[in-house]
Write a protein that binds this ligand. Structure first.
Ligand SMILES: Nc1ncnc2c1ncn2[C@@H]1O[C@H](COP(=O)(O)OP(=O)(O)OP(=O)(O)O)[C@@H](O)[C@H]1O
Ligand SMILES: [Mg+2]
Length: 370
């Protein structure tokens, strides 16, 4: 059991002109499941490896249970890692693979057997203890890798994309199992993924990284409902939030000739910030498709049917900002119907809840508070 404190922790690789992890601050509670998420190269693995002692802490500090980790070798940190490539020993059985680290640590054989048996039970691997890894499915192998970490009874689990080698269905199953297991064991866990769905479904709290910098660290629902900036807004949620920069007009914002009304308080904020344009963010489920002219006009460009719901991709006519051109603005709307629209059809989109429109500064991307 452990608390973890990243305190302005930075890492720079030799020869790089920017920090791989830039002054990261995270306060992680005992027993919490934390997910680091962000695009490729955003510093997730580096931040995790700094905690595990596999990468230097070049600036700031990381503390586990209040103890400084600078200079503490990896083996003395009491952390177990699970990687994407979990390379099991092919000529050892499942049980031997799971118990190998304990053997190296000279844990007595009875104790070793007990811990392996317990972990195998927890992971549903008891029937496979005497099998070689080659005779296991991908998901079972992944669980052996988890088992190897669990038997060590570490104070922290570090996991770096442990599910990437599994197919989509197995990934969903296994992520549920890992999350449930972590809750039972209560071991503080830092989990890295580039998949925002994995982050949202598994994490007690999620840290969103971009270019080595923390963008927001919060619960999944706060990230979704209250993103601190346009990057988090666009990164969290699938399909992504619709984001476009449009002119501020009297009483609201202009979407290709239609005024979308905003509350008086929000208009006052925009005016006091002196903004002539603003980045608006609208979730796909906040858009309702109409054929009776309600809302703003769009042309349907693509319809994706997923069975339970459909996504309609549609385009606003004209330039985003009149006279300035720019890329055409497209919207995606979520619909519960099958075949809600035809290709090239002219429909309108209505914003179901105008108060749920997000507003961001078009230059900095920062959220404009309500
Ligand atoms: N060993 C290394 N030497 C030099 N630069 C590195 C090294 N490892 C990573 N980097 C750089 O540091 C930055 C952060 O890399 P990191 O591996 O932490 O990203 P990531 O978020 O885990 O990405 P991915 O989703 O692709 O795994 C990147 O710009 C990367 O190119
Ligand atoms: Mg990585």
């Amino acid at each position: 059991m452990a608390t973890i404190h990243y305190d302005h922790a930075s890492c720079v690789y030799a020869g790089a002109d920017s920090l791989a992890v830039d002054s990261l601050d995270l306060d992680i509670n005992d027993g919490e499941f934390i997910v680091l998420v962000g695009p490729s190269g955003s510093g997730k693995s580096t931040a995790l490896r700094m905690l595990a002692g596999l990468e230097e802490i070049d600036g700031g500090n990381i503390r586990i249970d209040g103890q400084d980790m600078v200079g503490v070798p990896s083996k003395d940190r009491d952390i177990a890692m699970v990687f994407q490539n979990y390379a099991l020993y092919p000529n050892k059985t499942v049980g031997e693979n799971m118990g190998f680290a304990l053997k190296m640590m000279k844990v007595p054989v009875d104790e070793r057997k007990r811990r392996v048996a317990e972990a195998a039970e927890l992971l549903g691997l008891t029937p496979f203890l005497d099998r070689k890894p080659a005779k296991l499915s991908g998901g079972q192998r992944q669980r052996v890798a988890m088992g190897r970490a669990i038997v060590r009874e570490p104070r922290v689990f570090c996991m770096d994309e442990p599910l990437s080698n599994l197919d989509a269905k197995l990934r969903v199953q296994t992520r549920t199992q890992i999350a449930a297991l972590q809750r039972r064991l209560g071991t503080t866990t830092v989990y890295v993924t580039h998949d925002q769905v994995e982050a949202m479904t598994m994490g007690d709290r999620v840290a969103v990284l971009r270019d080595g910098k923390l963008q927001q660290f919060s619960t999944p629902s706060v990230l979704y409902d209250h993103p601190d900036n346009a990057f988090v807004a666009g990164f969290i949620g699938s399909p992504s939030m619709n984001l476009c920069t449009v002119p501020v007009v009297s009483g609201g914002v202009d979407l290709a000739g239609t005024t979308v009304e905003l509350s008086r308080e929000r208009m006052t904020r925009l005016a006091s910030a002196g903004l002539e344009t603003v980045t608006v963010g609208i979730r796909p489920e906040n858009l309702v498709l109409h054929r009776d002219g309600t809302g703003f006009a769009v042309t349907v460009e693509l319809v994706e049917e997923l069975g339970s719901e459909s996504y309609v991709y549609a385009r606003l006519p004209g330039d985003p900002i009149p006279g300035l051109g720019g890329d055409p603005i497209t919207f995606v709307a979520r619909s519960a119907q099958r075949a809600p629209a035809r290709l090239a059809e002219s429909v309108t989109l209505q914003i179901a809840d105008p108060d749920a429109i997000h507003l961001f500064d078009p230059t900095s991307g920062d959220r404009i508070e309500d």
